[in-house]
Design a protein around this ligand. Structure first.
Ligand SMILES: Cc1ncc(COP(=O)(O)O)c(C=O)c1O
Length: 462
């Protein structure tokens, strides 16, 4: 049995896939504070114009610059594996495959966009990039990319992860970046939150506010901000994952995929793997496409589709997305990269269309899945990734009950070698599930009253 497929450097995709060209109903525009659509100029202090152009593009295929391909080829194409030992342990007739993004130097899918974003910034003459990080994977990825491209990098890391994962900070430092815990005293946004909540675990929403403030207040004008997920251009850069996977499944002789699964924090690794398959679904293929989130931060499964800010201090435009409210501070689960109040507008619109079937899973079930995966297939996954594994296991068990030979593909978005404190807590029985109580959902969502409402545009085909 062939259990893994590599592609040659020549077989690496040369273009990214932009689902905005194929979504049955177009994305609604981001809005400014006055409720009117924002113009590219309004984003110019935050992002370089070449990235803004990509953000609004509806061109289906976008060329990957040669220099970006050259850096990506340090670890890409990534392998696609079959998981026979996991299949055996589950007694399932399903064939389970996973795309292994954990082989990148920082350990996850995040450098796929970090390298591209750093390159576009450099082309535009930018010298320094600021960003936020949850689990530390994104901060490490941007530090890595900036180091290879000769840019300065400053990372605001969510306090709870900063404390849980000290080695991530050292990785960033090794790649030449500076990393501080967020909220910090370095920005007005951070100071205001600390004054109100001195012991806050922090959140991605707060760290984003700090990173944007640090970029736009640089008097030299040579700093821009970079976001590791959520935005259209970030999802675009990640589609190399799904495009490679399609070629690899073909090489294995798989004619049809039944289920595609990814964990979703802001939506980028899920979309990167799934969107090329969603394109097939739009054109008639019968595929279940499942983004997975924690029950403690149930953005897609319980959050309304609204216009909301991407950050806590309301510095970003209003985006049409599923959201739990920009003030929502998720419980301190170990999957730091899934602790985000919103979901990518492209993923949100695909949910509204009925193209995706989101699922929420409890923390303990995810750790059980992660440990089974580590003990069968050998890779210790990131806590974020464990959500995709848990859903793949649920689907494989379903296939066993139905007696069906399904093909299941999931995204192995990162390794968990820097996340072992979560495993320690799991083994010591210290972990709890935090399904979000209705009362807490209500209070965060109340912040959304008074904001404009997106139209719920649905073609009704799925
Ligand atoms: C390993 C890993 N997987 C998944 C995610 C979630 O992010 P996204 O939804 O953008 O893929 C993160 C975020 O930090 C991550 O580190």
């Amino acid at each position: 049995m062939q259990t893994k497929v590599y592609l040659t450097d020549e077989e690496m995709p040369r273009q990214w896939y932009n689902i905005a060209a194929d979504l049955p109903s177009p994305l609604q525009p981001p809005l400014g504070p006055d409720g009117n659509p924002i113009t590219p100029d309004m984003l110019a202090p935050v992002f370089p114009m070449n990235i803004i152009e990509q953000e609004v593009s509806t061109q289906r295929w976008i060329d990957i610059p040669e220099e970006v391909l050259a850096i990506l080829s340090k670890w890409r194409p990534t392998p696609l594996h079959r998981a026979p030992a996991l299949e055996k342990a589950l007694g399932t007739p399903a064939r389970i495959y996973y795309k292994n993004e954990s082989v990148s130097p920082p350990g996850s899918h995040k450098p796929n966009t970090a390298v591209a974003q750093a390159w576009y910034n450099k082309q535009f003459g930018i010298k320094r990039i600021t960003t936020e990080t949850g689990a530390g994977q994104w901060g490490s990825a941007l530090a890595f990319a900036c180091s290879l491209l000769g840019l300065e990098c400053k990372v605001f890391m969510v306090r709870i992860s900063f404390d849980q994962k000290p080695f991530r900070k050292l990785m960033m430092q090794t790649w030449g970046a500076t990393c501080v815990a967020s909220p910090s005293t370095e920005t007005q946004a951070g100071r205001q939150i600390l004054a109100k909540h001195p012991n806050t675990p922090g959140s991605l929403g707060i760290a984003i506010s700090e990173a944007i403030e640090a970029a736009v207040t640089d008097p030299t004008g040579a700093t821009r901000y970079s976001l590791g997920s959520v935005l259209n251009h970030v999802l675009l850069h990640q589609t190399i994952i799904g495009l490679e996977s399609k070629k690899q499944l073909e090489k294995l002789g798989e004619k049809k995929v039944d289920v595609v699964i990814g964990c979703a924090g802001g939506g980028s690794n899920f979309a990167g793997l799934a969107f090329p398959f969603v394109n097939d679904k739009i054109h008639g293929a019968d595929i279940a496409v499942i983004p997975v989130e924690p029950t403690s931060c149930p953005t897609m499964t319980r959050g309304p589709f609204v216009y909301d800010h991407g950050d806590t201090a309301k510095m970003t435009p209003l985006l049409p997305m599923h959201s739990l409210g920009h003030d929502f501070i998720p419980p301190p689960i170990h999957a730091g990269g899934l602790r985000y109040h919103g979901m990518a507008p492209l993923v949100s619109q695909a949910i509204i269309e009925g193209l995706l079937t989101p699922r929420a899973i409890d923390q303990i079930e995810c750790y059980e899945a992660a440990v089974l995966f580590a003990r069968t297939e050998g890779i210790i996954p990131a806590p974020e990734t464990s959500h995709a594994i848990a859903a793949a296991i649920q689907e494989a068990k379903k296939a066993r009950e139905e007696g069906r030979e399904k093909v299941i593909l999931f995204g192995q978005s990162g390794h968990g070698l820097m996340d072992l404190s979560g495993y320690d807590n799991f083994f010591q029985g210290k972990l709890t599930n935090y399904p979000l109580p209705e009362s807490e959902m209500g209070s965060a969502i109340r912040e959304l009253n008074g904001l404009p409402k997106p139209k719920v545009v649905r073609s009704g085909k799925w």
